[in-house]
Structures are given as C-alpha cells and as structure tokens.
Design a protein around this ligand. Structure first.
Ligand SMILES: Cc1cc2nc3c(=O)[nH]c(=O)nc-3n(C[C@H](O)[C@H](O)[C@H](O)COP(=O)(O)OP(=O)(O)OC[C@H]3O[C@@H](n4cnc5c(N)ncnc54)[C@H](O)[C@@H]3O)c2cc1C
Length: 460
C-alpha cells in the first residue's frame, strides 16, 4: 500500500494530503529556507501522532513537526522531504488549575488565545514573543521562545513543567509533573524544550501559570548615544530592580516606526529604552523612581513615565510593530533573517552595539538594531536585495561578523529563535566541546535520524 493510503487510513482523507499545492504551502517558514514535503498530515490526537510516527519509523521517512511556521531559522521546513505534521488542529486548553499554578494544553494552542483564556481568571503564561497572535505553544517549546518579559519571568523552558512526547519510534512518554518543582531524574522536559522538534513530537504540555501583576507602569528614556543604554540597564539592576520588560529601539528603528505609525510620534533620538515595571502598586511606584534616577544618572536626555494606559499601550504597540515596520526600511530590500538574533552580557552591550554600527559601515549594508536588551538579546535587521548575489554575499559576511563579535564578547548566537537549519554552524562554534555529546543524545532518541533531520545537526 502507498504511504499516502496508510496516512489516510490513520487520519481520514480530509487531513492527509500529497497534493503539490498543499505541499508547497508547507515548504517554508519566516526564514528564506525552503524544502518540499512529500506528505502533509493534520493529526487531532496523540494516538494519531503515535501511529503516523510509527509508520514513518517503519519506512524511515522524515517527520517534521510544525506549529504555525513563524520560526525564523527554518526549524519546521522539511529539508529532506517526508511528512510534515501540522499540529495546529491539536489546540485544546485541557485544564487550568490556578490554585496549583498550572495549565495543561495541546501544542497547537496559539499563545495569545491561551493568555486571553487565562486572563479571564487573572492569570497568564509569562513568556511573551512578539508573534503572540500567531505562534503556537508547540512552536514556542520547539524554539524555547521568549520575548519581552523574559527578563523578569524567564524563557519558555522556565515555564514548562512537563510534557507528553511521541518519540521517533512512536512510543509515548511523559516527563515532569503538575507541580512547580520536580527532581525526578534527568530533566528531559528541559532537554526537549528548545530541541527544534529533533527529539520527538510534543503532544501535550503542562505549563506554569502565574497571577497577573496588580499594577504596571511604562517608562521611556531617550538617549543621544546608543552606547549609554548599557550603563542605564546595569545601574537599574544595581538599584535592586528587575523590570518586566526593557526594550531598545535605535535611531533607524525609531524612524521606521514613525513612518509606519506616525501617530506614535517617537522623538528622533539615537536610542530609546522602553520599560515595563510590574508588581504591587507600591512596588511599581518605587521602581519607577529607581528607573528614572538610574537612566538620568546614565546620561538620558529625558525620562518619563506614561501618564495614561492609552499612552503606554501606544508605545508598546509601536515596539510590537517593529516586525512589520522593518520592511519600510527599504521595500525593495525585504531581506532574509541574516545576523538577526544574538545576545551578550549586559556589560558588553555598548561594545556590541558599536561593533554592529562598524560592521554596517564597513559592509555598506543598511542595518537596524533593537531587542530585549534587559537580558542582553539584540536583533539586527538588514535591508538586502536577495536577487543581487554580490549584495547578499556581503550581507552574509556581515551577519557572520555580528555572530563572531557576540561570541568574542562572551555572548550567544541564538538567545531565542532556536537553531533550525540556519544556525547549525553557530551551535557548532558556540558549543564546541558539548556538540559531540548533543549528537550522541540525538542518536539515543532517534537512531534512524527521522525526526526533523537537518536541524541542529547536518545530515552526514
Ligand atoms: C513578526 C515575528 C515576531 C517574532 N517575535 C519573536 C519573539 O519576540 N521572541 C521569539 O522567541 N520568537 C519570535 N518570533 C519567532 C517565532 O514566532 C517563534 O520561534 C515561535 O515560537 C514559533 O512558533 P510557531 O508555532 O510558528 O512554530 P514553527 O515555526 O512552526 O516551528 C518552530 C520549531 O518548533 C518545532 N515544533 C513545532 N511544533 C512542535 C511540536 N508539537 N513538537 C515538537 N516540535 C515542534 C518545529 O519543528 C520547529 O523546529 C517571531 C516571529 C515573527 C514572524
């Protein structure tokens, strides 16, 4: 029997396809990496996933789990064909227990939908990617996504208590527990979070949830030199304050936000830091004073707290719009994600930002920098015409130079977007001594190398 017939027998004709148009729709994510699957299947239960994976194992066919394809590094792109498992029909919130601080969800739940549901009970799931409206919990687990609030609340890994996973031979395992703490042997939950779907298919997740803060304030600080933000951030920490969010916009980003959303009217300065302070009303008031005085001491031209919720919301809307506004940088050059996600220790931020500007100047490529600087995470976007081979090569060289600089400064080449196919070279460089052990672990889980092959490790 043909494989498509076996797949149809498992999920029915409506949810399995080998049609070329359907396959094309699953051939890319938010990177420029492409690969055509042979089959697309949309399971609705763990049992179906286990049967599909067993079938793939029997025939040694690649299996590629996919959330909503918003990943930036080609993680869900089927580089070696096989079956794409579109998980977004598994989108049930199965249990919410606010008294025990957990929720159990299926992997296809959209992040914003989960937080809307938890919000009704005064709770939230803390990791906060800018892609909240469309990324899935499974995709966040695959990439260990984070975002704006990870400085205070941690990345996805810190908020996953346990998992149900279908292993590459079709076996179903459970890791972790519905408790905030568990010391039960090796931490397989933490290993599978951030594994880019290379160790198994996540079919359920136990997530840690926390009460929404009672009060929140937004503060903005304007700087005439981007390097001054390093001192501001370090001095806020030294003042005993961990903001919920601490975001950087550099001058070119400020200008494109103003072009995209003129009503926000940000001042034309070299850099802006936007902070959120969250907690009890008294603590937030005290923290606002601390942030204002630290930023002033670090040389901010002006620091101010948003007077109204509407003003604060507009600022955050501006920050969240960067992903869309960025393409206004040069509409002819909506370039790929090159040198886009890296992090350095806070005390190396000024040096890193200087390096980025130097690399931009030397390469002749227009670049903007922004990001979650409270945890040292920067994003660069380059305006590149992908049809111009020489320009693309120059941009790629500049991207390499950015990652090399981040490593030299004691940082990381992948703080939140995962590794996928795009960053294999960099995980090898950054984790030189540990990489062989990672490969050995992959072999234990997946001796046939059918689970998302060509991600984290090249196919040898
Ligand atoms: C405009 C924009 C803004 C963004 N902002 C942020 C941000 O602030 N922070 C951030 O961290 N990221 C951000 N991202 C990147 C992206 O949204 C995240 O990586 C997100 O977690 C991917 O979710 P997804 O559902 O689209 O996953 P996909 O892209 O479909 O998959 C991502 C990875 O997870 C694996 N995977 C998916 N489902 C499963 C499963 N059930 N079991 C096992 N593995 C699975 C896939 O194989 C793949 O390796 C942004 C992207 C865009 C386009």
């Amino acid at each position: 029997m043909a494989i498509i017939d076996d797949l149809i027998q498992i999920v029915g004709p409506e949810r399995a396809s080998d049609d070329k148009t359907v396959r094309y729709a699953y051939s890319r994510d938010s990177s420029f990496i492409t690969g055509l699957p042979d089959y697309v299947v949309r399971p609705v239960s763990t049992e179906e996933v286990a049967k599909i994976v067993s079938l793939a194992s029997q025939h040694r066919i690649p299996i590629v789990p996919r959330g909503n394809g918003s990943g930036m590094e080609g993680g869900c792109v089927p580089l070696h064909g096989g079956i794409v498992l579109d998980m977004h029909n598994m989108d049930k919130i199965l249990e919410v227990d606010t008294g025990s601080l957990y929720a159990v969800v299926e992997p296809g739940v959209i992040h914003a939908h989960l937080n809307a549901r938890l919000g009704e009970q005064g709770f939230f799931f803390a990791p906060d990617p800018a892609s909240t409206d469309f990324c899935t919990i499974g995709g966040m687990i695959g990439t260990n996504a984070s975002g704006m609030t990870c400085l205070k609340y941690g990345d996805t890994r810190k908020s996953v208590l346990g998992l149900e996973v279908v292993l590459p031979d079709g076996t179903v395992i459970n890791t972790g527990a519905k408790t905030v703490k568990s010391d039960c042997g090796y931490n397989l939950t933490a290993l599978i979070v951030g594994a880019d779907g290379t160790l198994g298919v996540v079919t359920k997740a136990i997530l840690k949830i926390i009460p929404r803060p009672r009060a929140r304030a937004t503060v903005t600080a304007y700087f005439d030199e981007v390097e001054k933000i390093e001192e501001a951030v370090a001095s806020i920490f030294a003042n005993g304050i961990i903001p919920a969010a601490c975001e950087l916009l550099d001058r070119p980003v400020i200008r494109i936000i103003n072009r995209y959303k003129p009503e926000i009217a940000l001042p034309d300065v070299d850099a802006i830091l936007i902070f959120n302070l969250e907690g009890s009303a008294a603590a937030v008031e005290e923290e606002v004073d601390g942030v204002v005085s630290s930023c002033k001491k670090a040389g901010a031209i002006e620091v101010k707290a948003a007077a109204t919720k509407e003003e604060a919301d507009a600022l955050w809307e501006g920050r969240r719009s960067v992903g869309s506004a960025i393409y206004r940088l040069d509409p002819q050059k909506a370039g790929p994600n090159i040198g886009g996600d890296y992090g350095v220790p806070i005390r190396r931020l000024a040096e890193m930002l200087r390096e980025v500007r130097r690399i931009a100047e030397e390469s002749g490529i227009t670049m903007v920098a922004f990001g979650h600087v409270g945890d040292g995470n920067l994003h660069t976007h380059m305006a590149v015409n992908v049809l111009d081979e020489e320009e693309l090569a120059r941009a790629e060289k500049a991207g390499d130079a950015i990652y090399e600089a981040a490593l030299k400064l004691g940082g990381t080449t992948t703080p939140e977007h995962g590794i996928g196919a795009a960053k294999i070279r960099w995980v090898r460089e950054e984790s030189k001594s540990a990489y062989p052990l990672m490969r050995a672990i992959k072999k234990v889980f997946d001796p046939q190398n059918i689970m998302n092959p060509g991600k984290i490790f090249e196919i040898s």
